[in-house]
Ligand binder design. Structure first.
Ligand code: AMP
Ligand code: ZN
Length: 469
């Protein structure tokens, strides 16, 4: 395969990627709403965007990645009614809005770092960009795309004929009022808020600003349009987010941006990750069925074992999280790290011809819409190959880790050295005792019994140690 091919939601097809500006890919990633701890489903969307960034870098491109932090305007029903999620969290906890936002932003950043997500070039907060958002509404108003109702300034989607295209929406099927949280006075069910006025029955809001239309706050979708274009230009290459964003958030971003800047397409490639599910349901903060990275760490897993788990599914497949699947991923990760630790200091000649087929297979997997499971399988072919010398094996694994991000250069296997299992410990003790008593028939019998279940005993100067083969 020649070059990187990505599945573009906009065209519903796989397309060869070429940046608008030669040598430079501009990437915007919809980031967290910082009202609760990010869960491992949210982390999946970060890890997916990180894989994309790494794949772009492997193509030799400079990447500018912008990720936003939503700290105002995201309402509880994702449309334009309900409470502001951050204000609600602040009221419940007795903390200030800034304390809530800072707390969960810090957790999000820590989770990203622990799972080796490369730092974005720009992190931008919605509340730091109120002027840019007001300016966008002003332009849309001047061009006649907006109207005013009691609730706020709304975007008139009937003025943007392509509105339904992106999400392949059937607008005829959407009756006014049919959508939860619909707002009285809207002209079309799909119209959305650009600027919201505080709810007169809702008590005083904690975050509001002056604007040409009176005090209020920006609609949730506006921040992504205003900030992406501020940092990446009025047209750019790639926009990412979870599949839940296609129908509302991203359709709205496109409508307001294309009308404001008179461009089409505003963004060339749209990439969306599928959900991480728990027991048949999307993991979600509002449903409360969440696992956070700290839960996994408390259970004894290295953070990167979760990255390994993530790599086992393609980003466009739903992935199911379970304790068993996590345990299996942790074992797989530990074994791969075990191989890396054995070969990483190896000296010796490298025969480039032996590396080429593996390298090509790996590159093909990455270039085929970031096929992480196939890339990981190729890393395992290398790890298991009897034909490669240790130095050759390491040369490939180190190279592959630029995409996989599993810290194969430094990570240490945990289980082989420190694994404990009282039954196996006891058998190893028994074997030691048999050897000390020169009962070699018995010591060999125990060794064979353990070997049959995949446990290898190594006799070291400090005594016997065991590991799973
Ligand atoms: P939020 O903080 O809720 O605004 O979500 C941040 C990102 O995580 C968005 O791109 C969502 O689409 C994504 N997301 C939320 N829940 C999940 C999930 N269970 N699996 C994968 N991605 C998710
Ligand atoms: Zn967004």
């Amino acid at each position: 395969m020649e070059g990187l091919v990505l599945y573009n939601t906009r065209t519903r097809s796989k397309q060869a990627f070429a940046p608008i500006e030669a040598g430079h890919a501009r990437l915007y990633t919809c980031g967290p709403t910082v009202y609760a701890a990010p869960h491992i489903g949210n982390l999946r969307s970060n890890l997916f965007a990180d894989l994309l960034k790494r794949a772009l870098q492997l193509e030799g491109l400079r990447v500018t990645q912008v990720i936003n932090v939503t700290d105002v305007g995201h309402l509880t029903d994702d449309a334009d009614a309900g409470e502001d999620k951050i204000e609600q969290a602040a009221a419940r906890s007795g903390k200030s809005v800034a304390e809530i936002a800072d707390l969960y932003t810090a957790q999000w950043l820590a989770d990203r770092e622990r799972t080796q997500c490369l730092p974005p070039e720009v992190i931008c907060k919605a509340t730091d960009h109120i002027d840019e958002q007001i300016e966008m509404v002003r332009i849309l108003e001047a061009k006649g795309y907006s109207y005013r109702i009691d609730d706020g300034i709304y975007f008139d989607t009937a003025r943007f004929p392509g509105y339904a295209d992106f999400a392949r929406l059937n607008l005829e099927g959407q009756e006014s009022g049919a959508r939860i949280g619909d707002v009285p006075g809207k002209r079309n069910p799909s119209d959305f808020a650009l600027w919201k006025f505080p709810d007169p029955d809702g008590g005083k809001r904690l975050q509001e600003w002056d604007s040409p239309w009176g005090r209020g706050f920006p609609g949730w979708h506006l921040e992504c349009s205003a900030m992406s274009s501020k940092y990446l230009g009025e047209q750019f290459d790639i926009h990412t987010g979870g599949v839940d964003h296609i129908a509302v958030h991203h359709s709205n971003e496109i409508a307001q941006s294309e009308c404001c800047y008179d461009v089409h397409p505003w963004v060339a490639f749209w990439l969306h990750n599928e959900f991480l599910d728990l027991r048949g349901e999307k993991m979600s903060k509002s449903k409360g069925n969440v696992t956070v990275l700290d839960d996994l760490i408390a259970a004894g897993y290295p953070a990167l074992a979760f990255r390994y788990f993530f790599l086992q599914a393609h980003y466009r497949q739903q992935q199911v999280f379970s304790d068993e699947a996590m345990e299996a991923a942790a074992t797989g990760y530990d074994r791969l790290v075990g191989v890396a630790a054995e070969v990483r200091d190896a000296d010796g000649d490298i025969d480039p011809a032996k590396l080429t087929p593996f390298r090509e297979r790996f590159q093909q997997a990455v270039r085929d819409d970031l096929n992480a499971p196939r890339a990981l399988a190729t890393a395992w072919e290398v790890a298991r190959s009897g034909d490669l010398a240790p130095a050759e094996c390491w040369a490939l694994l180190r190279e592959f880790d630029a995409f996989l991000g599993l810290d194969l250069e430094h990570a240490e296997p945990r289980r082989s050295a420190s694994e404990s299992d009282p039954r196996i410990d006891a058998l190893v003790e028994q074997r030691q005792a048999a050897r000390a008593a020169k009962d070699f028939a018995e010591s060999d019998r125990i060794r064979d019994e353990l070997a049959a279940e995949g446990v290898v005993i190594e006799d070291t100067p400090d005594g016997p140690r065991w590991r799973r083969a």
